[in-house]
Design a protein around this ligand. Structure first.
Ligand code: KG4
Ligand code: ZN
Length: 347
């Protein structure tokens, strides 16, 4: 079964063609970074308009690159939640129009469930497993029973991991998108320069010992802010830093953020007696996170290739194959829904 998938939940316009939930025939991603850079973050109205301008060309390219004619496509999937509602609407409307015109089934897909499926699409077969999804908008742990069945076991109480990377990058004047820029700056820092915010992970330790699986990144973000302001009271401008100090702040933030992610994920594996762990979402591109998991985990830890970690349509086109088999198609009244789900089950 060949599925054309469409993804437009945030600032990437993407389309992909995937056979039988496993073979990626094409995976086209048009990023909007240049449009949002002057604003230092994603502007919802700008994102929706850019999706509308690009979506047909991106779908055409995905079909051409997969050497598929419309009659060879068996179903159309669209990410319909969660995300920016104006952005989601563009992909959902395009998918509905094609499903109607080509008389193909339509499948609505959850974006985060797609991030969870990315590792299975990339070949990770172990079930059940724990999935850590760390992106710009979401940070959660899932117990995954099957591609179409998972439930949340831990989540962030405040910022998403990617959001914290982006905000700290902004404090360091690293531009947009901040996460990759921050980790590039941190890459050269020696271990001794990575300990400025160790007290934050030490404080989180008490909650860890109680088995709490929820994350918090705002304390770490605030610690960076006060470090840069140089005082814990009153108002003050952020200090100009020397290069060496800037690298140490970036690397120390990265180190502690990664520690928080790794510790909770391993705690979840221990709590549920599950040996396999998969990581997904844009922050899963982070090299320090990858090595820290390798250093600390006794269990098998799987990372999809970076192109399947950041937003893409292949993960949702792959997942749609399983959703179609287990629950059948969505109706043409499928709507965009900005809110995240706590669990996914077979209908
Ligand atoms: O999954 P994704 O592409 O989009 C969302 O669904 O949010 O994730 C984007 C997030 C951004 O916050 C970005 O800064 C972060 O992933 N990111 C990184 C790295 N690459 C992307 N964060 C840390 N290190 C990286 N190498
Ligand atoms: Zn995402």
């Amino acid at each position: 079964m060949r599925i054309l998938g469409i993804e437009s939940s945030c600032d990437e316009t993407a389309a992909a063609v995937v056979d039988d939930g496993s073979r990626i025939l094409s995976n086209i991603i048009a990023s909007q970074f240049d449009l949002h850079r002057p604003f230092g973050g994603v502007v919802p109205e700008v994102a929706a308009r850019a999706h509308a301008e690009k979506i047909t060309a991106v779908i055409d390219e995905a079909l051409a690159a997969s050497h598929s004619r419309p009659e060879q496509i068996d179903a159309i999937s669209a990410v319909n939640r969660p995300g920016l509602v104006g952005s989601l609407l563009v992909g959902v409307s395009a998918a509905k129009a094609l499903a109607l015109a080509w008389k193909k089934p339509l499948v609505g897909v959850d974006h985060i469930q797609g991030h969870v499926y990315a590792s299975m699409l990339a070949g990770f077969q172990r079930l059940p497993h724990i999935a850590l999804i760390v992106s710009g908008g979401h940070t959660s742990l899932y117990k995954v029973e099957a591609p179409e069945r998972a439930s949340i076991v831990g989540q962030t109480a405040d910022d998403a991991a990617g959001e914290a990377f982006d905000k700290v990058a902004k404090m360091l004047n690293l531009g947009f998108p901040g996460g990759p820029a921050l980790s590039k700056l941190a890459a050269g820092a020696p271990v001794e320069a990575r300990g400025l915010f160790k007290h934050i992970s030490a404080m989180a330790g008490a909650a860890d010992r109680k088995g709490d699986l929820d994350f918090s990144f705002s304390g770490l973000k605030t610690a960076v802010y006060y470090h840069l302001r140089g005082t814990s009271r009153g108002r003050g401008a952020l200090r100009e830093l020397k290069d060496e100090e800037r690298i140490a702040v970036a690397a120390s933030f990265e180190e502690t953020a990664c520690e928080l992610m790794v510790t909770k994920s391993l705690l979840a594996c221990e709590r549920f007696g599950i040996k396999g762990l998969a990581v997904g979402g844009g922050v899963a591109c982070n090299q320090r996170l990858r090595t820290m998991f390798k250093e600390r985990a006794a269990e098998e830890v799987f990372f999809p290739p970076p192109v399947l970690c950041t937003d893409n349509a292949a993960m949702s086109a792959g997942l749609a194959f399983h959703l179609l088999k287990s629950s059948g198609p969505s109706g043409l009244d499928l709507d965009a829904d900005p809110t995240p789900q706590r669990a996914w089950t077979t209908a």
